[in-house]
Ligand binder design. Structure first.
Ligand SMILES: *Cc1c(COP(=O)(O)O)cnc(C)c1O
Length: 435
């Protein structure tokens, strides 16, 4: 399988190149050249398959031509190593809980899969260590660092703004050691992002070491997210629902990698009636659906901060997948946007009425279903993170204590190790050159 760039001005790439490079030479995002239609027997038997079996089947459709079958099975099994239950919140509305992994957020799935693909295409083929640079305002850094921890052939550098991430987030990437190096930048998140971007285009640095990014632009990070949508649909089928006619899939969205993987799954045959993209006040996609015109704007800070994206990268993939046809996109996807006040109200009301504790991101998804579900439909939203990751916000809004799972507490006991760095690129570059 070859991968083309959404900008159309870069050569076709192999999977190995797409995974090791991340972004195409023309700054476009890689897209698989073909989508393999899933066979009828798989689609008919989904409801009897385990999460790992289903993941392997979908992974084979994407990557089977380029990754050895035994290796791919191992990558899938090591990725899908925690349960992803579909939990009823109230009649007809289900939460797909993606927070039972190591860092309690859905990014664990993509990060674990991508790390293992790099191992396969790096160390295993003798092409040397790949260095992953990731700038984080908190959550991405922890998922990537933990997903890549101890994986041969990969070294991760996590850049984070000094004093600007919560203590619990900081522990999740500064206490790991091994192949993870945390870099504490004397600046804000945008400085971290700028350092990473400068590093990717610096020729001397790229001659010195193989560099890649680990955000959802990487095909090995975003495509595996499709696995759990099949899993959710299978569970609805088991309950007797006709997914193609009834199932509404609602995704709290920021950079749109997560929903994009579901749309790929749908194009390959996953039965779903329709999708909802739930936004916070960063409503670029919502406005696009309204006007047909994509107008990015600067991100604004909200209490669902992992969705604070004003110019979602993966929009380019959705636009390409739907042949640049606004009407076709509108037929499959509707949008919603909620202010912080509405998100807070939803956290409170849902807890009061159903006893279910949402996190601020899942709250956007739940509310979108609650407001838009039609008679005869059944909906599920993605609960993208555990409420304990946003403990202060959730407790302040609901007045109820959120208990912190042991996995999260364990990070707090480790010893913090990080390298201090200024926001000057020359400093960062000198550090990397010394490695
Ligand atoms: C990253 C993230 C999102 C947004 O996902 P995208 O793939 O960027 O749309 C939503 N919720 C949480 C908790 C996240 O960490």
């Amino acid at each position: 399988m070859k991968y083309y760039s959404t900008n159309g001005r870069a050569p076709l790439a192999t999977l190995k190149k797409a995974v090791r490079k991340g972004l195409a030479e023309d700054r476009g995002l890689y897209m698989p050249e073909r989508l393999v239609a899933l066979d009828a027997s798989f689609l008919n038997n989904m409801k009897d398959m385990s999460l790992q079996e289903m993941g392997l089947h979908v992974a084979t459709a994407f990557f089977g031509e380029d990754v050895d079958a035994v290796a791919l099975k191992r990558i899938v099994d090591e990725t899908l190593c925690f349960p992803i239950p579909l939990v009823e919140v109230e009649k007809g509305i289900y939460s797909l809980e993606l927070f039972h992994g190591p860092t309690l957020a859905f990014k664990d799935v993509g990060a674990r899969f991508m790390a293992r693909m790099l191992r396969y295409f790096g160390g295993a083929e003798g092409t040397g260590t790949v260095n992953v640079l990731v700038a984080t305002s908190g959550d991405t850094g922890s998922a990537v660092a933990n997903g890549f921890l101890g994986v041969d052939g990969v070294h991760v550098y996590v850049l984070y703004p000094k004093g600007k991430v919560s203590p619990i987030q900081e522990c999740q990437f500064t206490t790991l050691g091994q192949n993870i190096t945390a870099i504490e930048v004397d600046g804000v998140f945008d400085d971290c992002q700028a350092l990473v971007k400068s590093a990717f285009v610096d020729e001397e640095l790229n001659r010195h070491m193989a560099l890649t990014s680990a955000n959802s632009i990487n095909v090995a990070r975003f495509l595996p997210q499709s696995f759990y949508y099949f899993h959710a649909i299978a569970q609805l089928q088991r309950m007797g629902y006709d997914a193609a006619r009834q199932a509404v899939c609602c995704v709290p969205s920021g950079n749109f990698g997560n929903i994009c993987s579901a749309l790929f799954g749908h194009k390959m045959g996953m039965p779903v009636k329709r999708f909802i993209a739930a936004n916070n006040s960063n409503d670029t996609f919502f406005r696009f659906l309204r006007t047909g015109d994509y107008q990015a704007k600067a991100g604004v800070a909200t209490i669902a901060n992992a969705m604070d994206v004003g110019d979602p990268s993966n929009f380019a993939r959705i636009w390409d997948l739907y042949g640049k046809d606004v009407e076709a996109i509108r037929r499959d996807i509707t949008g919603t946007t909620y202010t912080d006040t509405q998100i807070a109200d939803t956290l409170r009301t849902c807890l009061g009425e159903t006893g279910y504790q949402l996190d601020p991101h899942g709250a956007c998804g739940y509310r979108a279903l609650k407001e838009n579900l039609q008679p005869g439909e059944v909906g599920f939203f993605l609960e993208t993170a555990h409420p304990a990751k946003f403990k202060d916000t959730v407790e302040a809004v609901t007045g109820h204590e959120v208990s912190v799972p042991e996995r999260l507490q364990a990070f707090m006991k480790g010893e913090k190790q990080s390298v201090a760095c200024s926001r000057d690129f020359a400093d960062f570059k000198a550090f990397l050159l010394s490695r």
